[in-house]
Design a binder for this molecule. Structure first.
Ligand SMILES: *[C@@H]1O[C@H](CO)[C@@H](O)[C@H](O)[C@H]1NC(C)=O
Length: 125
């Protein structure tokens, strides 16, 4: 058992790239704001503060996922953009009407926006 644990921890140590705490970039999301309303089919821009990146970024490519009730959904809103752009624009997909949506910005780390509402869908369930 101890051998397996030692094996597992050494495997983890080998597979992780060397990084220090200040290399992790978690820029604050500045839009959407709490209570915003997105219409299905409308163009929306997520913005974040990219003004203070670390000297070395472990991952400089961003991806934005849709979150509902605190759970990250499989819906990719935008992907493949430079994280230092500070914004990404996309068309809101046809998801069910609801409150408590959020977006999660992935790069080095995952950052969550405040909750907003999506309306305008003809889909239910
Ligand atoms: C979703 O919201 C829109 C706009 O408020 C409304 O017209 C539509 O009927 C709603 N869809 C459902 C399935 O309730």
């Amino acid at each position: 058992m101890a051998f397996i644990a030692a094996l597992a921890s050494s495997a983890i140590a080998v597979s992780l790239p060397a990084r220090s705490a200040q290399d992790v970039f978690t820029p604050a999301i500045t839009s959407p704001k709490a209570g915003d309303i997105w219409n299905v089919g409308s163009s929306q821009t997520v913005t974040w503060d990219a003004s203070n990146p670390p000297a070395q970024l472990t991952n400089n490519i961003g991806q934005i996922m849709l979150v509902k009730n605190g759970y990250t959904t499989p819906v990719v809103l935008a992907a493949g953009f430079p994280i230092l752009d500070g914004s990404a624009t996309f068309v809101v997909p046809n998801v069910i009407n609801g409150t408590n949506y959020a977006v999660q910005l992935f790069g080095d780390s995952g950052d969550l926006s405040p909750a907003f509402t999506v309306i305008g869908s003809n889909s239910f369930f």
